[in-house]
Design a protein. Structure first.
Length: 232
């Protein structure tokens, strides 16, 4: 199922959504270049969110070496940068589709500054919660899945009966259909099963190998819905 657009009229151009999509695509192209030069693994392991490294840096700064706060700040930057990294073609394609279809409408409702803050804050919050849930995890966590889930939750809370123009691919035939917005809460989690398609080569152990990622996105949906509820 491929979402294309919704039936909600946007009265302002979704500039922030355009920029976010552009930045994500540019970073992914950069990742492809790094993969060709065989340096992608080092890059992702340096700038992806690795709970064990962040937990160790904070522990060291609190109990052993106050100068280690410099490392904590550096690792904290990964909470922002890691949002814009993706581990496969299917992951970035799915995220960008959902960001375009649902993000532009949420941006119009919240306003550009609030929307950008909402996007970054929810992405960081989900990452922090994943670190707290699995502080010893040594695999990088990357991607904006948590932020997109929050945007989807906010959208469905505001427009539960909105119709989403979609394409149903049937082998070589593509049927245009309309689906209710809440259907895509279910489909969001289904498509996660296919995010391994077109994976980039990120040694030594890959990315996003954690059971808390699913629950983080469930929480993202809830945060987005609760935020939009409070904005009413």
């Amino acid at each position: 199922m491929i979402p294309i657009s919704d039936n909600i009229r946007c009265w302002n151009k979704p500039i922030i959504t355009y920029w976010l999509i552009g930045i994500n695509i540019a970073v992914f192209l950069w990742e492809l270049q790094l993969e060709f030069s065989e340096t992608l693994g080092y890059f992702v392991n340096s700038w992806g969110v690795i709970p064990a490294q962040i937990s160790a840096a904070i522990t060291n700064a609190l109990f052993f070496n106050s100068a280690a706060w410099i490392i904590v700040i550096w690792r904290a930057c990964s909470l922002i940068f890691g949002i814009f990294l993706h581990g496969s073609f299917s992951q970035i394609l799915g995220n960008m589709l959902f960001l375009w279809v649902f993000g532009k409408t949420v941006e119009n409702i919240l306003g550009r500054r609030c929307y950008l803050g909402f996007y970054l804050a929810t992405g960081i919050i989900i990452e922090v919660l994943q670190i707290l849930a699995e502080p010893s995890l040594t695999v990088p966590l990357i991607g904006e899945n948590g932020a997109i889930a929050a945007i989807l939750g906010a959208y469905v809370m505001k427009f539960p009966k909105a119709k989403i123009d979609s394409i149903l691919p049937l082998i070589i035939v593509y049927l245009p259909i309309q689906l209710p917005a809440f259907f895509y809460i279910f489909w969001w989690f289904v498509q996660q099963l296919f995010y391994g398609i077109g994976s980039l080569n990120i040694p030594p152990v890959g990315v996003n190998q954690s059971g808390v990622i699913f629950w983080g996105q469930v929480l993202g949906l809830g945060i987005g819905a609760a935020f939009m509820r409070l904005k009413r």
